[in-house]
Design a protein around this ligand. Structure first.
Ligand SMILES: Nc1ncnc2c1ncn2[C@@H]1O[C@H](COP(=O)(O)OP(=O)(O)OP(=O)(O)O)[C@@H](O)[C@H]1O
Length: 297
């Protein structure tokens, strides 16, 4: 008997996004199509300006730049059409879909305590699900979520305002807020770029563990191809607004076809590169490829 693959959780076909700058439409995302299965973990990788944040914000419904225009042939989430062509000044939350951002300091409200922000989300999620949530249960759930993201001193964290916490703690708070509504998809835009290497890995591992436990799918947006190869099942490589490779993370070395992806992979530090005086840059890899091509022809 042939096994039917599950219906995609997310399905985008021919997404195009441009920004109007000084009266001219500048393309940021061009003809992007992909499906994401429930529980899948996909990384969107590319250098700065390749369009990955624009794409992920459009996916999550957080693209609010008034000069943006989105067109697509299909945008579906959890079996329902998503209207991503209308840009709202204030992001519209899609039930079942959450996002964490690069900079928790600007994403969390600086005025309200962590506890009130977390309780607000828990209450509104309960309302949406038609569930009664007493104040005592809401507080217990908030403490539980803080401990799930590794914040054991939850009494202090509940009372603290974001600026009173370290960067790593704020990122964990954001993860708790994003996951407490039990989303089916979490979109994380450069979630660890403000953290040091060790903390980055801790937060990535936590994000993977919590989404795996709940069965949520995960989209990780990053410029760090090395980091995402350890955590994603699949990698979408973007360059100049286009998807140039869409490959399994485990087989990327043998299946990537685009010179851009091959260049990115060549820049990942390995045990073999410890003897090098300096690591290659993407530009150096590009120049070497062009020189080798010239020599061969
Ligand atoms: N609000 C905006 N108005 C005009 N152009 C924009 C706007 N936001 C992004 N862009 C442009 O769109 C292109 C894609 O930007 P985007 O931020 O999506 O890339 P990125 O790959 O996420 O880069 P980074 O890693 O630096 O965030 C870039 O050329 C950028 O300058």
């Amino acid at each position: 008997m042939t096994q039917l693959s599950p219906a995609p959780l997310l399905s985008f076909d021919n997404v195009n996004i441009s920004y109007r700058v000084h009266g001219v439409d500048v393309t940021a995302v061009s003809g992007v199509s992909f499906d994401l299965a429930p529980g899948d973990r996909m990384a969107i990788v590319g250098e700065s300006g390749s369009g990955k944040s624009t794409l992920s914000m459009a996916v999550a419904g957080f693209l609010s730049a008034p000069n943006a225009t989105v067109t697509h042939d299909r945008a579906m989430f959890d079996g329902k059409p998503l209207d991503r062509t209308v840009i709202h000044r204030v992001a519209r939350r899609t039930p079942g879909l959450s996002m964490v951002f690069q900079d928790a300091m600007t994403s969390l409200d600086p005025v309200w305590s962590v506890g009130s922000q977390l309780l607000n989300v828990l209450r509104s999620e309960a309302r949406r699900a038609g569930r009664r949530l007493s104040p005592a249960t809401a507080r217990a759930e908030a403490h539980l979520w803080l401990s799930r993201v590794g914040l054991t001193d939850s009494d202090r964290v509940m009372k603290a305002r974001p600026f009173e916490l370290s960067g790593g703690m704020r990122q964990r708070v954001m993860l708790a807020i994003a996951l407490c509504g039990k989303p089916r998809l979490l979109v994380a835009d450069e979630p660890t770029s403000a953290l040091d290497a060790a903390l980055s890995r801790e937060v990535m591992e936590l994000m993977v563990q919590l989404t795996e436990e709940s069965g949520a799918a995960l989209i990780i947006v990053t410029h760090d191809i090395g980091l995402c190869l350890d955590y994603a099942h699949r990698v979408l490589v973007m360059s100049k607004g286009r998807v140039v490779d869409d490959v399994d993370a485990g087989a990327i070395e043998s299946t990537a076809t685009d010179p851009y992806t091959i260049g990115l992979l060549a820049c990942v530090p390995t045990l073999d590169s410890v003897h090098l005086a300096e690591l290659p840059t993407l530009e150096a890899v590009r120049r070497r490829a062009i020189a080798e091509e010239r020599l061969a022809s």
